[in-house]
Design a protein around this ligand. Structure first.
Ligand SMILES: Cc1ncc(C[n+]2csc(CCOP(=O)(O)OP(=O)(O)O)c2C)c(N)n1
Length: 301
């Protein structure tokens, strides 16, 4: 794994942009771009990142960015790749950077199409599990029982199992990442930029606004997600699966921390503990951890 001192010093996420305090998207963008070293065209649909990117002619990102309509990110990437091919520029990474709303829900048709066309691009879904930019409405990536502005009593359905939907499109590279492990995230982008074909990186990304936790706790929360087994770090090159070293220990349910520790740090789950404890709902979320592990190890490993 890369040593922090060996990462490029150049910053592509510029100071003074419009991100909220504690925004983990900045951690993800910063390390992704250090790996890509500026040789990238980034396609951004409507999401928090389009606010960070800002209004033309100014920009909060020091790389070429193409802002596109909410459902169209992956289709736009196919077009950018075709234009680059026409100019003979094959070594530039074309990267979609979209939220969970723009991926699980609104952009999924375009995503499916671009993968089916085998577009040479990298699709990144930064998953803060909610439509953050417009005031934190529930998305297809919002977990069971989480409160959002459109699920006041907690969401009634679990999230879509996006990784499995994407895997069935047979990407050449697929990985999960987490901003609590920025060196691992950096390495995954380094790897992705060398592989030609459709690629997908799914980033777990706590949002202090939507999840309602103190802004300085983002990394702690990201680590807890892994230590409780809630988030699993893995990658696949073609069909070759590797369980991430951060998650290896937690394949054993005995080694995992109880899901409660992850839930308790977040206001969006406070109704599970106050005014009285809702043991059945906490248990449902605990059981769902094992369900996802089993599904992953049975189908993709
Ligand atoms: C077709 C369309 N519908 C709705 C909107 C309004 N809108 C802009 S950003 C956004 C939320 C995006 O959520 P997500 O993709 O999860 O990214 P995040 O805001 O969390 O970064 C919405 C609903 C829009 N711009 N276009």
């Amino acid at each position: 794994m890369v040593a922090t001192k060996d990462m490029p010093l150049k910053e592509y996420v510029l100071k003074g942009n419009a991100a909220c305090a504690g925004c983990q998207d900045m951690v993800a963008l910063r390390h992704a771009h250090k790996a890509l070293e500026g040789n990238v065209i980034q396609v951004v649909p409507a999401c928090c990142t389009s606010v960070v990117q800002g209004l033309w002619p100014k920009s909060g990102l020091g790389i070429p960015v193409l802002n596109t309509a909410f459902p169209a990110a992956a289709a736009t990437a196919s077009g950018v790749r075709a234009a680059l091919a026409a100019k003979g520029k094959d070594d530039t990474t074309v990267m979609v950077w979209a939220g969970d709303g723009g991926t699980f829900d609104i952009g999924i048709q375009a995503l499916s199409g671009a993968f089916e066309r085998r577009t040479d691009f990298l699709y990144v879904c930064y998953n803060n599990q909610v439509y953050s930019n417009t005031g934190t409405q529930r998305s297809g990536g919002t977990p069971l029982h989480a409160k959002t502005t459109t699920t006041w009593l907690g969401k009634k359905e679990p999230e879509k199992l996006l990784d499995f939907i994407v895997a069935m499109h047979e990407p050449v590279y697929q990985a999960t990442a987490n901003t609590a492990y920025p060196r691992d995230l950096y390495d995954k982008f380094l790897k992705a930029k060398e592989i030609r074909g459709p690629k997908f990186i799914h980033i777990f990304l706590p949002c202090p606004q939507a999840w309602n936790y103190p802004v300085e706790k983002g990394v702690e929360l990201g680590k807890l997600a892994v230590e409780t087994g809630y988030w699993i770090q893995w990658e696949r090159v073609g069909t070759e699966f590797t369980l991430g070293r951060q998650s290896k220990r937690f394949q054993d349910p005995e080694k995992r921390k109880p899901i409660e520790e992850f839930l308790k740090m977040q206001g969006r789950f406070s109704h599970l503990f106050r005014p009285e404890r809702q043991d059945a709902k906490i248990q449902e979320l605990q059981d769902y951890v094992q369900y996802r592990w089993d599904l992953l190890m049975k189908t993709l490993a």
